[in-house]
Ligand binder design. Structure first.
Ligand SMILES: Cc1ncc(C[n+]2csc(CCOP(=O)(O)OP(=O)(O)O)c2C)c(N)n1
Ligand code: SF4
Length: 531
């Protein structure tokens, strides 16, 4: 077959489609969003489940359900999404899989578009399941096949970890002949997904028993490579995932003088790592993210006196993305850093689009809370987080999805008045509902502003599950109808908006204010399609 030029995300989606997947489940989040967007776009995926879930937890649970039914399936998310899905994720290691189950997590080292930096490989180790970490787009494609096979062979979920540069860069990918979907087939053991303590205890022992098999799989994996013979044994290099590409880029196709172990499948291939350690005077560990391999090698299994260099001793900077430049410096080679950015290039901090509805909502909110001073508005994650920046300076927190409502509640519980939460419509359907229920249960004195721009703006305009139902959801949860207030955020409505905010601040109870106007980018896209 001809090569296709695909992003890492797209290559994985195409691989999953060709490997006979029956359903994708995801909530958007950079850099993972394009996996679902590709599945939604291509004709081959017609008839396959590929709509967005309410959040990452519901996505993983739905995927576990599809695996129960014997089908191949994948849940996709960004790294912080795995925190949201941690409960079903960890428990899925105990239930295991029936149809092939891949949980794909795209990490964002250097926090290009994230509120923290974390390394999902630790979750894989924590859950004691196999982890795959592709080094290039072809491996993204091939690992979809391999991941489903591995999952079905051992009846375990497989964690597939991507990082930003691989997710978002393009390369040629050679496809294989597509496989048919699995037939519907319930688990042979109908206790398999039943985690009552007496059953779960046995499952834990079974999972522990599997660990040696997982190590053996890593030691013979087609995705791990072991170049143990080399000219110079003063240093052995261990690369994980994409770091292998960076190493090759530094040597520009010429022979790497040191022994190299490439790891793209975990748990660690212990046998070959021991061989590398024994034959080299020191080790350099190149990994994208946190020092997972380095910490393990410095642990019990490798207690020798040889130096092990990496992120822990500062040979590689402790935080931030890896790149060929950092690899070169770690190897004592000339710094390949490019040119300084000329002064004429001015930095452009991110800003709300011109005409963004959030802008008018914030200007009116600022006016309404002016008399109380700053420090009363808890926000959340989305385009509207840019309300932190001038000229708005409107919000005071951004922690995790849904935290605006519950932080406002906690502050109101402590006596802070007013306590206002600002949350986007997609974020509200992701994880705002339960926080609102807490407020209603406690009759908290909060004003919750749900910014309804009809889309998930920040990640490029995806659908979300509560669309068109915000008032009925709030009313159904127990917010009094007269305290669910809707307005259209336009400059011309400024006085009306300020008055509504003020009335609801004055009300001693739970109020919901919904500024409703479509995201201008979505509107533009619609006009373009109509033209
Ligand atoms: C747990 C988690 N999942 C996904 C994301 C990525 N993300 C950040 S904000 C956001 C939603 C933004 O949509 P919305 O709340 O409607 O606000 P808008 O951007 O449209 O203003 C998403 C998906 C994240 N930061 N955390
Ligand atoms: S994409 Fe939409 S919601 Fe985001 S800043 Fe632009 S107009 Fe506002």
């Amino acid at each position: 077959m001809d090569a296709m030029m695909l992003l890492g995300d797209e290559a994985l989606a195409q691989g999953a489609l060709d490997a006979g997947i029956s359903g994708f489940y995801a909530y958007p989040g950079t850099p993972s969003t394009e996996i679902m967007e590709y599945a939604q776009r291509v004709k081959q995926a017609e008839g396959i489940h590929r709509t967005w879930s309410s959040n990452e937890k519901t996505a993983v649970e739905s995927a576990i359900g599809m695996s129960y039914a014997g089908k191949r399936t994948m849940a996709m998310m960004k790294h912080v999404g795995l925190n949201v899905a941690a409960d079903p994720f960890m428990n899925s290691a105990f239930t295991g899989a029936n149809g092939g189950l891949i949980i794909t997590v795209a990490d964002d080292p250097s926090m290009h578009s994230s509120q923290n930096e974390q390394d999902s490989r630790f979750y894989g180790k924590f859950a004691m399941i196999p982890v795959l970490e592709p080094a290039n787009q072809q491996e993204c494609y091939d690992m979809a096949f391999y991941g489903f096979e591995l999952s079905e062979k051992y009846h375990v979920p497989v964690l597939l970890r991507l990082t930003t540069r691989l997710s978002h860069s393009r390369a040629g990918v050679i496809r294989r002949n597509p496989l048919p979907q699995n037939a519907l087939k319930k688990p042979d053991d109908l206790f398999q997904f039943m985690l009552l303590p007496a059953i779960a205890r046995k499952k834990y022992l079974h999972l522990i028993d599997l660990q040696n098999d997982f190590v053996a799989e890593a030691e013979s994996s087609p995705f791990n490579s072991f170049q143990l013979q080399a000219k110079d044994h003063s240093r052995g290099i261990i690369c994980t995932g994409l770091a292998y590409n960076y190493l090759n880029e530094v040597f520009q196709g010429s022979e790497i003088p040191y022994p190299v172990v490439k790891i793209s499948q975990y748990p660690l291939p212990v046998k070959q790592l021991h061989a590398l350690y024994d034959s080299c005077a020191s080790l350099l560990i190149l990994e994208e993210g946190m020092p997972l391999v380095e910490e393990q090698l410095k642990g019990l299994a490798f207690q020798g006196s040889k130096p092990i260099h990496g992120r822990l001793d500062g040979t590689i900077p402790r935080a931030g993305e890896l790149n060929p430049n950092k690899v070169a410096v770690a190897l004592g080679l000339p710094d390949t850093f490019g040119q300084e950015i000329p002064e004429i290039v001015t930095g452009r901090p991110p800003a709300l689009c011109i005409g963004c509805p959030h802008s008018d909502s914030y200007l009116a909110l600022n006016e309404a809370v002016k008399e109380y001073g700053r420090g009363h508005v808890f926000s959340d994650i989305g385009c509207y987080t840019l309300g932190f920046m001038p000229p708005y300076n409107a919000i005071n927190s951004c922690v995790d999805m849904g935290a605006s409502i519950t932080m406002a509640k906690g502050a109101a519980d402590s006596g802070l008045f007013p306590a206002i939460a600002v949350i986007g419509d997609s974020t509200f359907s992701h994880s705002g509902l339960t926080g609102l229920l807490d407020c209603i249960f406690d009759k908290s004195n909060v004003v919750i502003v749900i910014l309804d721009n009809s889309t998930t703006g920040m990640t490029g305009g995806q659908d979300y599950t509560a669309a068109g139902k915000l008032e009925s959801i709030c009313e159904g949860l127990g917010v009094e109808k007269e305290h669910i207030r809707v307005f259209v955020p336009f400059k011309k409505n400024f006085d009306e908006m300020v008055a509504i905010y003020k009335e609801e601040i004055a009300y001693k109870g739970v109020s919901v204010v919904i500024p409703r106007r479509e995201c201008v980018q979505i509107l533009k896209r619609k006009h373009k399609l109509e033209a």
